[in-house]
Ligand binder design. Structure first.
Ligand code: BV8
Length: 301
């Protein structure tokens, strides 16, 4: 029998009202962040064990950092590539992929570069990777247009082979490494020679770089304009589901307001409640607090 726990009863009523509204919705968007992949075992950026809990790591995601220290930046991204390849999509990734397969009027905008949504079978034409992917690489020379998708080689060059396989989440070394501040990495990891870093096979001159969007860089033009067209083409957007994001990075975080302006009700799924994640919440919005890996499959089934 249903436990008479008012909290639980309330929660079930919230879930039911969301499901009823989703059923009656036509144009639906999802905006995803690192919290979507937390249940897969990947660290987020800001949370406990987050990769960016120290200032240094944030400064690694810039063109400047790559220019000054390509060895350390490649070690940061090689570590994240290896971790992403060693984990699996979780039920939340699959739930979004299933929703996209069922609803052609649904799109997912993701800030995640971990490749887990594509691996969960999310239809590519309804998935917008706003910040690129760890598994795309491109030439760092502005005059060269070389780019390759789906480069899953791990490590991307032998010199980047991780010592003691530190990024395998199952080993004790990995736990130690996870506690490792990236700033410590500067001390612990050897500075690699430029020749040992991946080079562009086309212009033979430039270093290859991760195909992600760094701070101060524009988001991919085609992705932005297709998302723009979808929003503009929507007479009304019925719902945006905002999943596992601290909503701190723009222009990505701005899509929630873009949807609101088009009439959308907002459903937030987040482990925490903060001033940013509850920004602009209105009557009729939903806030589901907890693990997206558990909540989202329940909401979308
Ligand atoms: C641009 C790829 C301009 C690389 C990333 C002031 C106002 C507006 C903008 C700016 C500003 N100051 C500076 C800017 C610009 C800057 C910006 O927004 N900075 C921020 C810090 C203020 N933006 C840019 O630079 C962008 N470009 O503006 O270009 C321009 C214009 C014209 C011409 C030239 C230039 C580019 C930004 C892209 C940066 N790249 N990623 C990489 O990954 O290394 S950003 C990266 O960080 C992610 O992609 C993501 O976007 C962001 C992290 O955010 P989240 O995903 O939300 O993760 P976080 O850890 O923060 O939060 C996790 C959440 O999950 C938490 O809320 C937690 O509670 C929750 N959670 C945890 N576990 C769970 C969970 N929820 C559910 N279940 C769980 N289990």
């Amino acid at each position: 029998t249903e436990v008479h726990d008012p909290e639980l009863m309330d929660y079930r009523a919230e879930v039911q009202s969301f499901r009823d509204y989703l059923k009656s919705s036509k144009r639906v968007m999802a905006l995803c962040g690192a919290g979507l992949s937390a249940a897969s075992g990947l660290p987020t950026f800001r949370g406990a064990g987050g990769l960016w809990r120290t200032h240094d790591a944030i400064s690694l995601a810039t063109p400047e950092a790559f220019r000054i220290n390509p060895s350390l930046v490649w070690q940061f991204y090689n570590y994240r590539r290896h971790m992403a390849l060693n984990v699996k999509p979780n039920p939340a990734h699959y739930a979004l992929a299933e929703l996209a397969k069922k609803r052609k009027d649904f799109i997912t905008l993701t800030q995640n570069v971990d490749g887990l949504s594509p691996r969960a079978g999310h239809p590519a034409e309804q998935l917008f990777p706003l910040h690129g992917s760890l598994f795309d690489v491109k030439c760092s020379e502005f005059f060269c247009d070389y780019a390759e998708g789906n480069n899953f080689t791990d490590p991307i060059v032998p010199a980047l082979a991780l010592p003691l396989d530190e990024s395998d989440p199952t080993t004790t070394e990995a736990r130690k490494a996870k506690e490792l501040d990236i700033s410590d990495a500067k001390v612990l990891l050897p500075e690699l020679r430029l020749d040992d870093l991946p080079h562009c096979p086309k212009c033979k001159k430039g270093l290859l770089r991760p195909g992600v969007v760094w701070f101060g860089e524009r988001l991919p033009e085609k992705t932005l304009s297709t998302a723009e067209d979808w929003i503009i083409a929507s007479k009304k957007i019925d719902l945006i589901i905002v999943i596992g994001t601290s909503s701190t990075v723009y222009p990505a975080a701005g899509y929630t307001d873009r949807a609101r302006v088009k009439g959308a009700r907002v459903a937030v799924v987040n482990m925490e409640r903060t001033e940013k994640t509850t920004q602009g919440m209105r009557e009729g919005d939903w806030y589901f607090q907890g693990d997206a890996g558990v909540i989202l499959p329940d909401l979308l089934k």
